[in-house]
Design a protein around this ligand. Structure first.
Ligand SMILES: [Zn+2]
Length: 249
């Protein structure tokens, strides 16, 4: 198998349609390059709605199809080059170079969107409950979702307050909004994830719930916090340098 960096050679960065509209479940895009590996195929297109595994968000799955041919996309992978961010689709099947119909599995993606927005809101609610800045170390939004934070775990009382606040903000139907800024401005935000931002990015997309903090993020979010439904903190465990909060939406 060729390295991912070799696969993207000679191609432009992928237009990430999910950044503008995370509710897009299908699109017609141009397949630019395919590389076969046994029964599997690597596929690069000019644009995509497939969010790769990145920033704690699992890869989308789905299909790319045209004129009776079909690729079952098992995962999408993101690669940074000097020019920007590239997405490589990987799976079983075959599709020719040219126009194709891309479709993602919406039920799993929508769940990741709920969990992602809930995780950002948790950053804020912990901050409000404890009076201390939240510093995230990582997260996982697949099965058994969690967020890792640096420092001492909050008291049980503060965790309960954070959970109550989160459900109150969900009830308030706070909108989720986006903006894009030059990467050097991100340091001024004091965002929970400022230590972990990609160094090669020239621009950063910022996400905000209501009028809370702007958080740099390339993931897919809900349009409104009300769609999270109900939020609960399941358990908190110690990890190296901090604590992990498991949650359910
Ligand atoms: Zn995020």
């Amino acid at each position: 198998m060729a390295g991912l960096e070799d696969l993207i050679k000679g191609t432009f960065p992928t237009k990430l349609l999910y950044l503008d509209n995370s509710y897009l479940t299908a699109c017609d895009c141009e397949v630019l390059k395919t590389v076969r590996d046994g029964k599997n195929l690597y596929l690069i297109s000019d644009a995509t709605i497939f969010h790769p595994k990145a920033g704690g968000q699992p890869s989308d799955v789905g299909t790319v199809a045209f004129q009776g041919e079909k690729l079952e996309v098992k995962r999408a992978m993101g690669v940074w080059s000097e020019d920007g961010f590239h997405v490589i689709h990987f799976g079983k099947g075959n599709v020719q170079v040219g126009k194709a119909h891309f479709e993602i599995d919406w039920s799993s993606r929508y769940l990741y969107m709920k969990r992602h927005t809930a995780a950002h809101l948790l950053d804020h609610c912990l901050m409000e409950a404890t009076g201390k800045k939240s510093v995230t170390l990582g997260s996982w939004l697949g099965d058994k979702p969690y967020v890792d934070y640096a420092g001492q775990a909050p008291s049980l009382q503060d965790l309960k307050s954070a959970e109550r606040l989160e459900n109150e903000y969900i009830e308030q139907s706070l909108p989720v909004t986006f903006t894009v800024v030059p990467a050097e401005q991100a340091g001024l935000l004091g965002a929970p994830n400022e230590e972990r931002l990609p160094k090669s990015a020239k621009e950063l997309r910022l996400v905000r719930i209501g009028d809370f903090e702007w958080i740099p993020c390339g993931g897919t979010h809900l349009n409104n916090a009300i769609e999270i439904g109900k939020f609960s903190i399941d358990t908190v465990i110690p990890i190296d340098g901090g604590y992990r909060v498991y949650f359910t939406v």
